[in-house]
Write a protein that binds this ligand. Sequence first.
Ligand code: HEM
Length: 494
Amino acid sequence: MTLFEMSGQVLERAVEKLSLTSLVLATSVFTLTVGYLGKLMFKQQHAGHAKYPPHIPSSVPFLGHAVAFGRSPIEFLEQAYEKYGPVVSFTMVGKTFTYLLGSDTAALMFNSKNEDLNAEDVYARLTTPVFGKGVAYDVPNPLFLEQKKMLKTGLNIAHFKKHVEVIEEETHEYFKRWGRSGERDLFEALSELIILTASRCLHGPEIRSMLDERVAQLYADLDGGFTHAAWLLPGWLPLPSFRRRDRAHIEIKKIFYKVIKKRRDAQEKDDDMLQTLVDATYKDGRPLSDDEIAGMLIGLLLAGQHTSSTTSAWMGFFLARDRALQKRCYNEQKTICGEDLPPLHYDQLKDLSLLDRCLKETLRLRPPIMTMMRMAKTPQTVGEYTIPPGHQVCVSPTVNHRLQDTWSDRLEFNPDRYLNDNPAAGEKFAYIPFGAGRHRCIGENFAYVQIKTIWSTLLRLFDFELVDGNFPEVNYTTMIHTPTEPIIVEKKKF
Ligand code: HEM
Protein backbone atom coordinates (compact mmCIF):
# COMPACT_ATOMS: atom_id res chain seq x y z
CA MET A 1 0.00 0.00 0.00
CA THR A 2 1.42 3.39 -0.98
CA LEU A 3 1.65 6.33 1.39
CA PHE A 4 -1.00 8.03 -0.80
CA GLU A 5 -3.44 5.16 -0.32
CA MET A 6 -2.74 4.95 3.39
CA SER A 7 -3.46 8.64 3.86
CA GLY A 8 -6.68 8.15 1.87
CA GLN A 9 -7.78 5.42 4.27
CA VAL A 10 -7.01 7.54 7.30
CA LEU A 11 -8.94 10.50 5.84
CA GLU A 12 -11.89 8.31 4.93
CA ARG A 13 -12.08 6.68 8.35
CA ALA A 14 -12.09 10.12 9.87
CA VAL A 15 -14.81 11.26 7.44
CA GLU A 16 -17.00 8.22 8.18
CA LYS A 17 -16.92 8.94 11.90
CA LEU A 18 -17.81 12.59 11.51
CA SER A 19 -21.21 14.22 11.55
CA LEU A 20 -22.04 16.56 8.66
CA THR A 21 -20.97 19.50 10.77
CA SER A 22 -17.58 18.06 11.59
CA LEU A 23 -17.20 16.79 8.06
CA VAL A 24 -17.75 20.25 6.72
CA LEU A 25 -15.21 21.55 9.23
CA ALA A 26 -12.62 18.93 8.30
CA THR A 27 -13.19 19.40 4.62
CA SER A 28 -12.94 23.12 4.90
CA VAL A 29 -9.49 22.94 6.42
CA PHE A 30 -8.40 20.74 3.55
CA THR A 31 -10.06 22.81 0.86
CA LEU A 32 -8.86 26.01 2.46
CA THR A 33 -5.24 25.07 1.97
CA VAL A 34 -5.77 23.88 -1.58
CA GLY A 35 -8.10 26.41 -3.07
CA TYR A 36 -9.07 29.35 -0.95
CA LEU A 37 -6.06 31.54 -1.56
CA GLY A 38 -6.34 30.91 -5.27
CA LYS A 39 -10.03 31.72 -5.20
CA LEU A 40 -9.46 34.96 -3.40
CA MET A 41 -7.32 36.15 -6.28
CA PHE A 42 -10.23 35.65 -8.66
CA LYS A 43 -12.93 36.98 -6.38
CA GLN A 44 -15.80 38.40 -8.37
CA GLN A 45 -16.17 42.09 -8.71
CA HIS A 46 -19.64 43.42 -8.22
CA ALA A 47 -20.37 45.08 -11.52
CA GLY A 48 -22.36 48.22 -12.25
CA HIS A 49 -25.31 49.13 -10.06
CA ALA A 50 -26.82 45.68 -9.70
CA LYS A 51 -28.50 45.07 -6.37
CA TYR A 52 -27.43 41.74 -4.97
CA PRO A 53 -29.68 39.61 -2.71
CA PRO A 54 -29.34 40.24 1.04
CA HIS A 55 -26.34 38.34 2.34
CA ILE A 56 -26.54 36.82 5.84
CA PRO A 57 -23.41 38.05 7.61
CA SER A 58 -21.10 35.58 9.33
CA SER A 59 -18.16 36.15 11.62
CA VAL A 60 -16.64 32.79 10.65
CA PRO A 61 -14.42 33.23 7.61
CA PHE A 62 -14.73 30.72 4.76
CA LEU A 63 -16.86 28.19 6.70
CA GLY A 64 -19.60 30.78 7.06
CA HIS A 65 -22.92 29.27 8.09
CA ALA A 66 -21.99 25.63 7.41
CA VAL A 67 -22.33 24.59 11.05
CA ALA A 68 -25.74 26.18 11.70
CA PHE A 69 -27.08 25.01 8.34
CA GLY A 70 -25.71 21.47 8.80
CA ARG A 71 -27.34 21.22 12.22
CA SER A 72 -30.83 22.24 11.14
CA PRO A 73 -31.18 23.39 7.53
CA ILE A 74 -34.93 23.93 7.52
CA GLU A 75 -34.98 26.00 10.68
CA PHE A 76 -32.04 28.02 9.30
CA LEU A 77 -33.87 28.74 6.02
CA GLU A 78 -37.18 29.54 7.72
CA GLN A 79 -35.48 32.07 9.97
CA ALA A 80 -33.68 33.53 6.94
CA TYR A 81 -37.04 33.90 5.15
CA GLU A 82 -38.56 35.68 8.14
CA LYS A 83 -35.66 38.08 8.47
CA TYR A 84 -34.52 38.70 4.88
CA GLY A 85 -37.41 37.72 2.65
CA PRO A 86 -37.73 35.29 -0.27
CA VAL A 87 -34.26 35.72 -1.81
CA VAL A 88 -31.30 35.29 0.47
CA SER A 89 -27.59 34.50 0.11
CA PHE A 90 -25.10 33.06 2.56
CA THR A 91 -21.66 31.49 2.49
CA MET A 92 -20.74 27.92 3.35
CA VAL A 93 -17.31 26.38 2.81
CA GLY A 94 -16.21 29.24 0.56
CA LYS A 95 -19.27 28.95 -1.71
CA THR A 96 -22.17 31.35 -1.94
CA PHE A 97 -25.63 29.80 -1.89
CA THR A 98 -28.67 31.84 -2.90
CA TYR A 99 -32.01 30.35 -1.86
CA LEU A 100 -35.21 31.22 -3.70
CA LEU A 101 -37.82 30.71 -0.96
CA GLY A 102 -41.52 30.44 -1.79
CA SER A 103 -43.40 29.84 -5.01
CA ASP A 104 -42.88 33.19 -6.75
CA THR A 105 -39.10 33.29 -6.57
CA ALA A 106 -38.75 29.52 -7.23
CA ALA A 107 -40.17 30.25 -10.70
CA LEU A 108 -36.75 31.62 -11.66
CA MET A 109 -35.19 28.16 -11.31
CA PHE A 110 -37.98 26.19 -12.94
CA ASN A 111 -38.38 28.50 -15.93
CA SER A 112 -34.66 28.92 -16.53
CA LYS A 113 -32.54 27.56 -19.35
CA ASN A 114 -29.82 25.09 -18.47
CA GLU A 115 -27.19 27.44 -19.95
CA ASP A 116 -28.18 30.06 -17.36
CA LEU A 117 -28.83 27.93 -14.28
CA ASN A 118 -26.83 24.80 -14.80
CA ALA A 119 -27.45 21.40 -13.17
CA GLU A 120 -24.38 19.50 -14.44
CA ASP A 121 -22.01 21.89 -12.67
CA VAL A 122 -23.43 20.96 -9.28
CA TYR A 123 -24.55 17.32 -9.72
CA ALA A 124 -22.07 15.68 -12.15
CA ARG A 125 -19.30 15.18 -9.60
CA LEU A 126 -21.65 12.96 -7.59
CA THR A 127 -23.51 11.19 -10.37
CA THR A 128 -20.94 10.56 -13.13
CA PRO A 129 -18.73 8.17 -11.11
CA VAL A 130 -21.88 6.23 -10.12
CA PHE A 131 -23.91 6.16 -13.39
CA GLY A 132 -20.86 6.34 -15.69
CA LYS A 133 -20.00 8.48 -18.67
CA GLY A 134 -22.34 9.29 -21.55
CA VAL A 135 -25.56 9.62 -19.52
CA ALA A 136 -27.43 12.09 -17.27
CA TYR A 137 -25.28 15.03 -16.12
CA ASP A 138 -22.23 13.81 -18.03
CA VAL A 139 -23.80 14.83 -21.36
CA PRO A 140 -25.15 18.18 -22.62
CA ASN A 141 -28.68 18.72 -21.29
CA PRO A 142 -30.46 18.39 -24.68
CA LEU A 143 -29.04 14.86 -24.94
CA PHE A 144 -30.08 14.03 -21.35
CA LEU A 145 -33.56 15.28 -22.21
CA GLU A 146 -33.65 12.77 -25.08
CA GLN A 147 -32.58 10.03 -22.66
CA LYS A 148 -35.30 11.09 -20.22
CA LYS A 149 -37.83 10.84 -23.03
CA MET A 150 -36.74 7.26 -23.78
CA LEU A 151 -37.06 6.35 -20.09
CA LYS A 152 -40.50 7.97 -19.96
CA THR A 153 -41.63 5.77 -22.87
CA GLY A 154 -40.80 2.74 -20.71
CA LEU A 155 -42.72 4.11 -17.73
CA ASN A 156 -46.15 3.55 -19.23
CA ILE A 157 -49.52 2.28 -17.98
CA ALA A 158 -49.24 -1.11 -19.68
CA HIS A 159 -46.00 -1.70 -17.78
CA PHE A 160 -47.43 -0.30 -14.50
CA LYS A 161 -50.26 -2.87 -14.70
CA LYS A 162 -47.67 -5.66 -14.62
CA HIS A 163 -45.62 -3.84 -11.95
CA VAL A 164 -48.51 -3.88 -9.45
CA GLU A 165 -48.65 -7.68 -9.57
CA VAL A 166 -44.89 -8.05 -9.27
CA ILE A 167 -44.54 -5.54 -6.40
CA GLU A 168 -47.35 -7.17 -4.42
CA GLU A 169 -45.66 -10.56 -4.87
CA GLU A 170 -42.21 -9.26 -3.82
CA THR A 171 -43.72 -7.51 -0.77
CA HIS A 172 -45.46 -10.70 0.41
CA GLU A 173 -42.26 -12.67 -0.07
CA TYR A 174 -40.07 -10.14 1.73
CA PHE A 175 -42.30 -9.67 4.78
CA LYS A 176 -42.61 -13.42 5.41
CA ARG A 177 -39.50 -12.93 7.57
CA TRP A 178 -41.36 -10.70 10.06
CA GLY A 179 -42.89 -12.69 12.93
CA ARG A 180 -46.36 -12.41 14.43
CA SER A 181 -45.35 -9.27 16.31
CA GLY A 182 -42.25 -7.32 17.27
CA GLU A 183 -40.15 -4.19 16.89
CA ARG A 184 -38.63 -3.90 13.41
CA ASP A 185 -36.44 -1.49 11.48
CA LEU A 186 -38.97 -0.24 8.96
CA PHE A 187 -36.54 1.88 6.96
CA GLU A 188 -34.07 -0.99 6.51
CA ALA A 189 -36.85 -3.36 5.43
CA LEU A 190 -38.32 -0.91 2.92
CA SER A 191 -34.88 -0.05 1.51
CA GLU A 192 -34.17 -3.74 0.90
CA LEU A 193 -37.60 -4.37 -0.56
CA ILE A 194 -37.45 -1.38 -2.91
CA ILE A 195 -34.17 -2.53 -4.47
CA LEU A 196 -35.88 -5.85 -5.24
CA THR A 197 -39.08 -4.33 -6.65
CA ALA A 198 -37.31 -1.60 -8.63
CA SER A 199 -34.83 -4.09 -10.06
CA ARG A 200 -37.61 -6.41 -11.18
CA CYS A 201 -39.80 -3.65 -12.63
CA LEU A 202 -37.16 -1.37 -14.13
CA HIS A 203 -34.36 -3.80 -15.03
CA GLY A 204 -36.35 -6.91 -15.85
CA PRO A 205 -36.56 -10.50 -14.61
CA GLU A 206 -33.06 -11.54 -15.75
CA ILE A 207 -31.28 -8.88 -13.70
CA ARG A 208 -33.64 -9.34 -10.74
CA SER A 209 -32.89 -13.07 -10.68
CA MET A 210 -29.17 -12.30 -10.25
CA LEU A 211 -29.80 -10.02 -7.28
CA ASP A 212 -28.17 -12.05 -4.54
CA GLU A 213 -26.16 -10.84 -1.55
CA ARG A 214 -23.05 -10.17 -3.67
CA VAL A 215 -24.94 -7.97 -6.12
CA ALA A 216 -26.77 -6.22 -3.26
CA GLN A 217 -23.34 -5.39 -1.80
CA LEU A 218 -22.24 -4.01 -5.18
CA TYR A 219 -25.29 -1.72 -5.21
CA ALA A 220 -24.49 -0.66 -1.66
CA ASP A 221 -20.88 0.16 -2.65
CA LEU A 222 -22.08 2.08 -5.68
CA ASP A 223 -24.56 3.93 -3.57
CA GLY A 224 -21.70 4.76 -1.19
CA GLY A 225 -20.76 7.29 -3.89
CA PHE A 226 -23.68 9.51 -2.85
CA THR A 227 -22.21 11.02 0.28
CA HIS A 228 -21.25 14.44 1.56
CA ALA A 229 -17.64 13.23 1.30
CA ALA A 230 -18.05 12.59 -2.45
CA TRP A 231 -19.62 16.01 -2.87
CA LEU A 232 -17.08 17.93 -0.83
CA LEU A 233 -13.77 16.11 -1.36
CA PRO A 234 -11.86 16.01 -4.66
CA GLY A 235 -12.61 12.90 -6.74
CA TRP A 236 -8.91 11.99 -7.18
CA LEU A 237 -8.42 11.24 -3.47
CA PRO A 238 -7.70 7.54 -2.86
CA LEU A 239 -10.58 7.04 -0.43
CA PRO A 240 -11.63 3.40 0.09
CA SER A 241 -15.30 4.30 -0.53
CA PHE A 242 -14.37 5.91 -3.87
CA ARG A 243 -12.45 2.78 -4.85
CA ARG A 244 -15.30 0.47 -3.76
CA ARG A 245 -17.73 2.65 -5.75
CA ASP A 246 -15.54 2.48 -8.88
CA ARG A 247 -15.05 -1.30 -8.61
CA ALA A 248 -18.79 -1.84 -8.08
CA HIS A 249 -19.54 0.32 -11.10
CA ILE A 250 -17.38 -1.91 -13.33
CA GLU A 251 -18.78 -5.17 -11.87
CA ILE A 252 -22.43 -4.14 -12.18
CA LYS A 253 -21.95 -2.96 -15.74
CA LYS A 254 -20.40 -6.35 -16.63
CA ILE A 255 -23.59 -8.05 -15.38
CA PHE A 256 -25.78 -5.63 -17.34
CA TYR A 257 -23.76 -6.00 -20.57
CA LYS A 258 -24.39 -9.77 -20.60
CA VAL A 259 -28.14 -9.30 -20.18
CA ILE A 260 -28.28 -6.52 -22.80
CA LYS A 261 -26.43 -8.75 -25.28
CA LYS A 262 -28.91 -11.59 -24.69
CA ARG A 263 -31.81 -9.21 -25.29
CA ARG A 264 -30.22 -7.92 -28.50
CA ASP A 265 -29.64 -11.51 -29.73
CA ALA A 266 -33.10 -12.83 -28.75
CA GLN A 267 -35.55 -13.80 -31.50
CA GLU A 268 -38.58 -12.57 -29.58
CA LYS A 269 -38.93 -9.15 -28.03
CA ASP A 270 -39.91 -8.65 -24.39
CA ASP A 271 -42.16 -5.81 -23.33
CA ASP A 272 -40.46 -3.90 -20.52
CA MET A 273 -38.14 -1.00 -19.73
CA LEU A 274 -34.97 -2.83 -20.82
CA GLN A 275 -36.54 -3.68 -24.17
CA THR A 276 -37.65 -0.05 -24.56
CA LEU A 277 -34.04 1.06 -24.13
CA VAL A 278 -32.63 -1.64 -26.42
CA ASP A 279 -35.02 -0.47 -29.16
CA ALA A 280 -34.70 3.29 -28.50
CA THR A 281 -32.95 5.71 -30.83
CA TYR A 282 -31.86 9.34 -30.51
CA LYS A 283 -33.43 11.94 -32.81
CA ASP A 284 -30.58 11.42 -35.29
CA GLY A 285 -31.39 7.69 -35.51
CA ARG A 286 -28.45 6.48 -33.40
CA PRO A 287 -29.35 3.60 -31.03
CA LEU A 288 -28.19 3.62 -27.41
CA SER A 289 -24.87 1.86 -26.82
CA ASP A 290 -24.64 -0.98 -24.26
CA ASP A 291 -22.73 1.38 -21.99
CA GLU A 292 -25.42 4.06 -22.20
CA ILE A 293 -28.16 1.50 -21.45
CA ALA A 294 -26.18 0.14 -18.48
CA GLY A 295 -25.66 3.70 -17.14
CA MET A 296 -29.36 4.49 -17.54
CA LEU A 297 -30.32 1.28 -15.71
CA ILE A 298 -28.08 2.23 -12.78
CA GLY A 299 -29.54 5.75 -12.81
CA LEU A 300 -33.12 4.44 -12.82
CA LEU A 301 -32.53 2.22 -9.83
CA LEU A 302 -30.64 4.73 -7.72
CA ALA A 303 -32.80 7.77 -8.57
CA GLY A 304 -35.78 5.98 -7.07
CA GLN A 305 -34.05 4.05 -4.30
CA HIS A 306 -33.52 6.52 -1.45
CA THR A 307 -36.33 8.81 -2.50
CA SER A 308 -38.94 6.02 -2.46
CA SER A 309 -37.63 4.10 0.56
CA THR A 310 -37.42 7.23 2.72
CA THR A 311 -40.88 8.37 1.64
CA SER A 312 -42.37 4.91 2.30
CA ALA A 313 -40.77 4.76 5.74
CA TRP A 314 -42.02 8.23 6.75
CA MET A 315 -45.49 7.32 5.52
CA GLY A 316 -45.38 4.25 7.77
CA PHE A 317 -44.55 6.38 10.80
CA PHE A 318 -47.32 8.88 10.03
CA LEU A 319 -49.81 6.00 9.79
CA ALA A 320 -48.45 4.35 12.95
CA ARG A 321 -48.88 7.65 14.84
CA ASP A 322 -52.50 8.05 13.77
CA ARG A 323 -54.17 4.68 14.35
CA ALA A 324 -57.59 5.98 13.29
CA LEU A 325 -56.19 7.07 9.94
CA GLN A 326 -54.48 3.70 9.54
CA LYS A 327 -57.84 2.00 10.12
CA ARG A 328 -59.49 4.25 7.54
CA CYS A 329 -56.81 3.25 5.02
CA TYR A 330 -57.40 -0.44 5.77
CA ASN A 331 -61.16 0.01 5.38
CA GLU A 332 -60.55 1.76 2.07
CA GLN A 333 -58.74 -1.38 0.86
CA LYS A 334 -61.91 -3.37 1.57
CA THR A 335 -64.29 -0.84 0.05
CA ILE A 336 -62.31 -0.45 -3.17
CA CYS A 337 -60.88 -3.92 -3.67
CA GLY A 338 -63.50 -6.16 -2.03
CA GLU A 339 -64.21 -7.50 1.48
CA ASP A 340 -61.97 -10.58 0.99
CA LEU A 341 -59.08 -8.43 -0.30
CA PRO A 342 -58.15 -10.16 -3.57
CA PRO A 343 -54.85 -9.33 -5.35
CA LEU A 344 -54.52 -5.68 -6.29
CA HIS A 345 -55.11 -4.25 -9.75
CA TYR A 346 -53.69 -1.08 -11.21
CA ASP A 347 -57.21 0.32 -11.77
CA GLN A 348 -58.05 -0.10 -8.08
CA LEU A 349 -54.81 1.55 -7.08
CA LYS A 350 -56.04 4.77 -8.71
CA ASP A 351 -59.24 4.64 -6.63
CA LEU A 352 -57.44 4.30 -3.30
CA SER A 353 -57.76 8.03 -2.83
CA LEU A 354 -57.14 8.21 0.94
CA LEU A 355 -53.90 6.26 0.52
CA ASP A 356 -53.03 8.60 -2.34
CA ARG A 357 -53.59 11.64 -0.14
CA CYS A 358 -51.50 10.10 2.66
CA LEU A 359 -48.62 9.72 0.22
CA LYS A 360 -49.12 13.24 -1.08
CA GLU A 361 -49.08 14.63 2.47
CA THR A 362 -45.98 12.57 3.35
CA LEU A 363 -44.23 14.09 0.35
CA ARG A 364 -45.30 17.55 1.55
CA LEU A 365 -43.88 17.21 5.05
CA ARG A 366 -40.93 14.95 4.23
CA PRO A 367 -39.93 15.53 0.59
CA PRO A 368 -36.83 13.35 0.20
CA ILE A 369 -34.96 15.90 -1.91
CA MET A 370 -34.74 18.90 0.37
CA THR A 371 -32.81 21.13 -2.03
CA MET A 372 -32.57 21.41 -5.80
CA MET A 373 -29.46 23.20 -6.90
CA ARG A 374 -28.09 24.96 -9.98
CA MET A 375 -24.96 26.95 -10.77
CA ALA A 376 -25.62 30.50 -11.98
CA LYS A 377 -23.70 30.90 -15.25
CA THR A 378 -25.17 34.30 -16.17
CA PRO A 379 -26.59 37.15 -14.05
CA GLN A 380 -30.14 36.27 -12.99
CA THR A 381 -32.81 38.81 -12.13
CA VAL A 382 -35.36 37.96 -9.47
CA GLY A 383 -37.58 40.77 -8.21
CA GLU A 384 -35.37 43.71 -7.39
CA TYR A 385 -32.22 41.58 -7.12
CA THR A 386 -29.53 40.32 -9.46
CA ILE A 387 -27.87 37.00 -8.66
CA PRO A 388 -24.34 37.05 -10.05
CA PRO A 389 -22.69 34.12 -11.88
CA GLY A 390 -20.95 31.70 -9.51
CA HIS A 391 -23.75 31.55 -6.94
CA GLN A 392 -25.30 28.14 -6.27
CA VAL A 393 -28.98 28.85 -6.73
CA CYS A 394 -31.25 26.64 -4.61
CA VAL A 395 -34.93 25.88 -4.13
CA SER A 396 -36.07 23.83 -1.16
CA PRO A 397 -39.30 21.82 -1.49
CA THR A 398 -39.28 21.32 2.28
CA VAL A 399 -39.42 25.08 2.91
CA ASN A 400 -42.01 25.79 0.19
CA HIS A 401 -44.19 22.94 1.48
CA ARG A 402 -44.60 24.52 4.91
CA LEU A 403 -44.58 28.26 4.35
CA GLN A 404 -46.84 29.98 6.84
CA ASP A 405 -48.30 32.30 4.17
CA THR A 406 -49.38 29.34 2.00
CA TRP A 407 -50.33 26.37 4.17
CA SER A 408 -52.79 26.38 7.07
CA ASP A 409 -51.85 24.12 10.02
CA ARG A 410 -48.65 23.82 8.08
CA LEU A 411 -46.90 21.24 10.28
CA GLU A 412 -49.91 18.99 10.74
CA PHE A 413 -50.14 15.71 8.83
CA ASN A 414 -53.60 16.08 7.36
CA PRO A 415 -54.23 14.11 4.15
CA ASP A 416 -57.79 15.46 4.02
CA ARG A 417 -56.51 18.98 3.32
CA TYR A 418 -56.52 17.95 -0.37
CA LEU A 419 -60.24 17.06 -0.31
CA ASN A 420 -61.29 20.67 -0.63
CA ASP A 421 -59.94 23.22 -3.05
CA ASN A 422 -56.22 22.98 -3.72
CA PRO A 423 -54.77 24.52 -0.55
CA ALA A 424 -51.98 26.18 -2.49
CA ALA A 425 -54.03 27.18 -5.55
CA GLY A 426 -52.49 29.93 -7.59
CA GLU A 427 -49.02 29.24 -6.25
CA LYS A 428 -47.50 27.14 -8.96
CA PHE A 429 -44.41 26.04 -7.04
CA ALA A 430 -45.80 25.73 -3.50
CA TYR A 431 -45.88 21.92 -3.83
CA ILE A 432 -42.84 20.56 -5.68
CA PRO A 433 -41.67 17.17 -4.29
CA PHE A 434 -40.83 16.07 -7.85
CA GLY A 435 -39.37 19.40 -8.98
CA ALA A 436 -40.56 21.25 -12.08
CA GLY A 437 -39.37 22.47 -15.45
CA ARG A 438 -36.74 20.81 -17.61
CA HIS A 439 -35.26 18.79 -14.73
CA ARG A 440 -38.61 17.53 -13.46
CA CYS A 441 -38.75 13.97 -12.20
CA ILE A 442 -39.86 11.30 -14.67
CA GLY A 443 -40.36 8.74 -11.89
CA GLU A 444 -43.40 10.25 -10.14
CA ASN A 445 -46.00 7.83 -11.53
CA PHE A 446 -43.79 4.81 -10.96
CA ALA A 447 -43.03 5.98 -7.40
CA TYR A 448 -46.78 6.32 -6.70
CA VAL A 449 -47.47 2.84 -8.11
CA GLN A 450 -44.61 1.32 -6.13
CA ILE A 451 -45.29 3.00 -2.78
CA LYS A 452 -49.08 2.58 -2.95
CA THR A 453 -48.77 -1.11 -3.85
CA ILE A 454 -46.30 -1.75 -1.03
CA TRP A 455 -48.48 0.09 1.52
CA SER A 456 -51.69 -1.57 0.32
CA THR A 457 -50.02 -4.91 0.94
CA LEU A 458 -48.58 -3.90 4.32
CA LEU A 459 -51.92 -2.51 5.56
CA ARG A 460 -53.53 -5.84 4.73
CA LEU A 461 -50.81 -7.82 6.55
CA PHE A 462 -50.03 -5.80 9.70
CA ASP A 463 -51.15 -3.25 12.27
CA PHE A 464 -48.50 -0.69 13.09
CA GLU A 465 -47.72 1.34 16.23
CA LEU A 466 -44.96 3.69 17.33
CA VAL A 467 -42.47 2.37 19.89
CA ASP A 468 -43.63 3.94 23.20
CA GLY A 469 -45.37 6.64 21.19
CA ASN A 470 -42.03 8.02 19.88
CA PHE A 471 -42.17 9.56 16.41
CA PRO A 472 -38.71 9.54 14.74
CA GLU A 473 -36.72 12.78 14.47
CA VAL A 474 -35.33 13.89 11.12
CA ASN A 475 -31.73 12.84 10.52
CA TYR A 476 -30.09 15.86 8.86
CA THR A 477 -26.66 14.27 8.54
CA THR A 478 -27.64 12.15 5.52
CA MET A 479 -28.09 13.69 2.06
CA ILE A 480 -31.71 12.54 2.04
CA HIS A 481 -33.40 13.28 5.36
CA THR A 482 -34.14 9.84 6.78
CA PRO A 483 -35.95 9.00 10.05
CA THR A 484 -33.64 8.54 13.05
CA GLU A 485 -34.19 5.25 14.92
CA PRO A 486 -36.74 4.05 12.37
CA ILE A 487 -38.11 1.25 14.57
CA ILE A 488 -41.80 0.41 14.39
CA VAL A 489 -44.04 -2.05 16.24
CA GLU A 490 -45.84 -4.53 13.97
CA LYS A 491 -48.58 -7.04 14.74
CA LYS A 492 -49.76 -9.51 12.11
CA LYS A 493 -53.45 -9.01 11.30
CA PHE A 494 -54.30 -12.70 11.02
C1 HEM B 1 -40.68 9.49 -4.12
C2 HEM B 1 -39.92 9.32 -5.17
C3 HEM B 1 -39.17 10.41 -5.89
C4 HEM B 1 -39.00 11.73 -5.59
C5 HEM B 1 -39.57 12.49 -4.41
C6 HEM B 1 -38.21 12.32 -6.65
C7 HEM B 1 -37.83 13.65 -6.70
C8 HEM B 1 -37.17 14.24 -7.76
C9 HEM B 1 -36.83 15.64 -7.85
C10 HEM B 1 -37.14 16.69 -6.80
C11 HEM B 1 -36.21 15.83 -9.04
C12 HEM B 1 -35.73 17.17 -9.60
C13 HEM B 1 -34.25 17.39 -9.30
C14 HEM B 1 -33.78 18.77 -9.68
O1 HEM B 1 -34.53 19.54 -10.28
O2 HEM B 1 -32.63 19.08 -9.37
C15 HEM B 1 -36.14 14.56 -9.71
C16 HEM B 1 -35.60 14.36 -10.96
C17 HEM B 1 -35.49 13.12 -11.56
N1 HEM B 1 -35.93 11.92 -11.07
FE1 HEM B 1 -36.97 11.65 -9.36
N2 HEM B 1 -37.89 11.35 -7.55
C18 HEM B 1 -38.47 10.17 -7.14
C19 HEM B 1 -38.41 8.94 -7.77
C20 HEM B 1 -37.82 8.73 -8.98
C21 HEM B 1 -37.83 7.46 -9.68
C22 HEM B 1 -38.54 6.20 -9.20
C23 HEM B 1 -37.13 7.64 -10.83
C24 HEM B 1 -36.87 6.66 -11.94
C25 HEM B 1 -37.68 5.67 -12.23
C26 HEM B 1 -36.66 9.02 -10.86
C27 HEM B 1 -35.92 9.59 -11.87
C28 HEM B 1 -35.62 10.93 -11.98
C29 HEM B 1 -34.95 11.53 -13.12
C30 HEM B 1 -34.43 10.80 -14.35
C31 HEM B 1 -34.87 12.91 -12.87
C32 HEM B 1 -34.37 13.98 -13.82
C33 HEM B 1 -33.19 14.77 -13.38
C34 HEM B 1 -32.91 15.92 -14.31
O3 HEM B 1 -33.49 16.07 -15.37
O4 HEM B 1 -32.00 16.68 -13.96
N3 HEM B 1 -37.09 9.65 -9.72
N4 HEM B 1 -36.72 13.59 -8.91
